[in-house]
Design a protein around this ligand. Structure first.
Ligand SMILES: Nc1ncnc2c1ncn2[C@@H]1O[C@H](COP(=O)(O)OP(=O)(O)O)[C@@H](O)[C@H]1O
Ligand SMILES: [Mg+2]
Length: 274
């Protein structure tokens, strides 16, 4: 034994298959033997076109869909087939952030209560210190605590997504599964949310499984990239290498599809005037 800690998340030979739409047919698996490692405090970007199986992978990692086969290990513990009770005790450590910022918030719940909800559900709500904790979480995601009074429809998409991130942070996760967290946002607010995610990772050491269909977006955000196509990972490696010297023709295709100039990404050098 070397005593090395297991990866934060280790996925092996994951297969997810949905029931056939037409009786008697065998549908292709949505996820067809996916394997990857994500290390603590790092970002792995899972990138590919719509329908390639990214969200199905996320659902299996989050324990929301039982895979047909394969292994999902979180901090060395096998999640597939884990009993509901143990899984529930691990859930706070594994938090999702979804694409639709409005859809993931309850329309009648004020921001303050939305952020407090995970604490209440987990029995960690303290009437004395709770409100200050909620204000601190809002501040941490760049929202003035006075936003606590608002309802989701009184927020912009970017503000809504910040509330979703604050809600996830309330559980003090070690892994966040971010499924296209900025894809529904105006390009003008995307960079702000991506920068926030980078800052939070630096501060808190939380690992991100960052799902996205835009390879240019993840270049400066991710440590590693896994390129997914038709349920399989076709290329994986350090983000810089995959973007600068793609090995698989499909990765080259994805890069060629990036509009030029590439959209601003966090950490990207500001283009100087010619
Ligand atoms: N609930 C479902 N029932 C049946 N098929 C599904 C379901 N969800 C996704 N699929 C199918 O699985 C494949 C992968 O989908 P998904 O994981 O959502 O891909 P992505 O997130 O990359 O767009 C697609 O062919 C999709 O139609
Ligand atoms: Mg998806």
């Amino acid at each position: 034994m070397t005593g090395t800690a297991p990866p934060l998340l280790r996925v092996r030979d994951l297969v997810v298959r949905y029931p056939a739409r037409v009786r008697g047919t065998e549908p292709m698996p949505a996820v067809d033997g996916v394997s990857f490692d994500l290390h603590a405090g790092q970002t792995l970007a899972l990138v590919g076109e719509s329908g390639c199986g990214k969200s199905s992978t996320a659902a299996a990692v989050l324990g929301l869909r039982r895979p047909e086969s394969g292994s999902v290990r979180f901090e060395g513990r096998e999640l597939t087939g884990m009993d509901e009770r143990t899984l529930r005790s691990l859930r706070p450590a594994l938090q999702p952030v979804f694409q639709d910022p409005y859809g993931s918030l309850s329309p009648r719940l004020r921001v303050r209560d939305a952020v407090a909800e995970p604490l209440r559900v987990q029995g960690r709500w303290d009437r004395r210190t709770g409100p200050a904790r909620v204000a601190e979480l809002l501040d941490r995601v760049g929202l003035d605590p006075e936003y606590g009074d608002r309802l989701p429809h009184e927020l912009s998409g970017g503000q809504c997504q910040r509330v979703g991130i604050a809600r996830a942070l309330a559980s003090e996760p070690r892994l966040m599964v971010l499924d296209e967290p900025v894809s529904a946002l105006d390009s003008s607010v995307r960079a702000g949310v991506l920068n926030l995610l980078t800052d939070l990772q630096d501060e808190l050491g939380v690992g991100y499984l960052f799902i996205c269909h835009d390879l240019a977006l993840v270049r400066h955000l991710a440590h590693r990239v896994a390129v997914m196509r038709r349920g399989r990972i076709v290329e994986t490696g350090p983000a810089r290498r995959v973007c600068a010297e793609p090995e698989h023709p499909y990765t080259r295709e994805l890069l060629a599809a990036v509009p030029w100039p590439a959209p601003a990404a966090p950490g990207a050098p500001v283009a100087s005037a010619p």
